[in-house]
Design a protein around this ligand. Sequence first.
Ligand code: EPU
Length: 422
Amino acid sequence: MDKLLVHGGATLRGAINISGSKNASLPILAASLLTAEDCIIGRVPDVSDTNYMIQILSALGASVERSSGTVRISCSDLAVEAPYELVRRMRASICVMGPLLARKGRAVVSLPGGCVIGDRPVDLHLRGFQALGAKVEFEGGNIILTAPDGLRGAEVDLCGTHGPTVLGTDNVMMAATLAEGLTIIESAAAEPEVLDLANFLNSMGAKIEGAGTRRIVIEGVKALHGTQHTVIPDRIEAGTFMTAAALAGEGVTLRRVCRDHLKAVTAALVKAGHRVDFNAAGDICTVYRGDDPKGCDLVTAPYPGYPTDMQAQMTALLATTPGLSVIKDTIFAQRFMHCAELKRMGADITVDHGTAVIRGVAQLSAAPVMASDLRASAALVLAALTAKGTTAIHRLYHIDRGYEHIDEKLLLLGADVQRVRD
Ligand code: EPU
């Protein structure tokens, strides 16, 4: 197990490239199960979550080759049971359900267990499959989906108590590509990753309209074919480095970003007193730390709102921003594990019912801290950049799930970090 030592106080400057999106890659890799022909997917980030997904596809019978960000997948024959040992490691494994059900008429996938950021049920995924005519059963910790006579298009509303579901929308959209007739998904997730998946599916011959809005219409086709696709930039990785730049930077440039996907994060950083400049094409941005940063209030919301996946990083920034800030997470109310660790570094944060009240302190001080989940670990790295002394962040494997070579990128920007064996 690795840990990251962050020696606080270095100023970040220079430029780095942002990687392809983890959360777009995962369902796109799973969607390649929908065809027997080759799919070639570019800019898949080298992170452990994409590696888990590739292992699951291989265990299902796919042949997978990976070389510097490009993955070629060919699935001429497929098993229908995703092995528990692999599925239990990553909740996003559930997005093989839709493709398996559509292509094979049966899928057996472990019910995802508890997750540190919240309860994370799958009822909405199952509601969608049932609407398409699948039978849903549970046995031995598995979800068993069957549709021996194929799926039929239907109208389904995927709104849950916390709003739309990203992977649920992905799953139902993938299943519906091969259903007979028309499927309409109401209250669909509108995240850019859903649109990227729809673009991938359409390039395989699917007929999907409206992805990226709350209403997606899918006309089922008989079969899908092979394709080539390049994954969109990772807006959460970009947002994390933008926040790092606001915290400890002096002009940090991020290449291969997408301005449209970063509107909420940009607005939040500007509200907190920092400057974000994009080039005319909107694919490069430079972030400057403001001279007079100030606390602000934020509420997470489904896209295009402020992303829950950027809540922890912003909390780290506001921990040393003068004034009072209030952050409410409406999507995962329990996603505040990082606050307990930030408090051990001297932050003044009170968490109650999904809301963090942060009183900015002048400086944090280094302490050994424990990463609890992917974005919480990113927040600890950010906090450590300006803390007094050397912070040791244990359980670094959490960060390796979703940030491609984060230590190397930080080193490129001038941070003083070291990955060492724990
Ligand atoms: N929900 C239900 N029932 C369901 C599904 C979801 O009630 O059947 C609830 C969830 O409990 C949550 C809300 O709906 O309160 C939204 O969850 P969603 O289903 O959208 O989450 P997800 O699709 O499982 C993806 C990302 C997460 C990100 C969320 C929200 C991937 C692989 N994961 O998860 O990313 O936080 O959407 O935007 O795309 C991360 O990258 O760190 C991460 C956790």
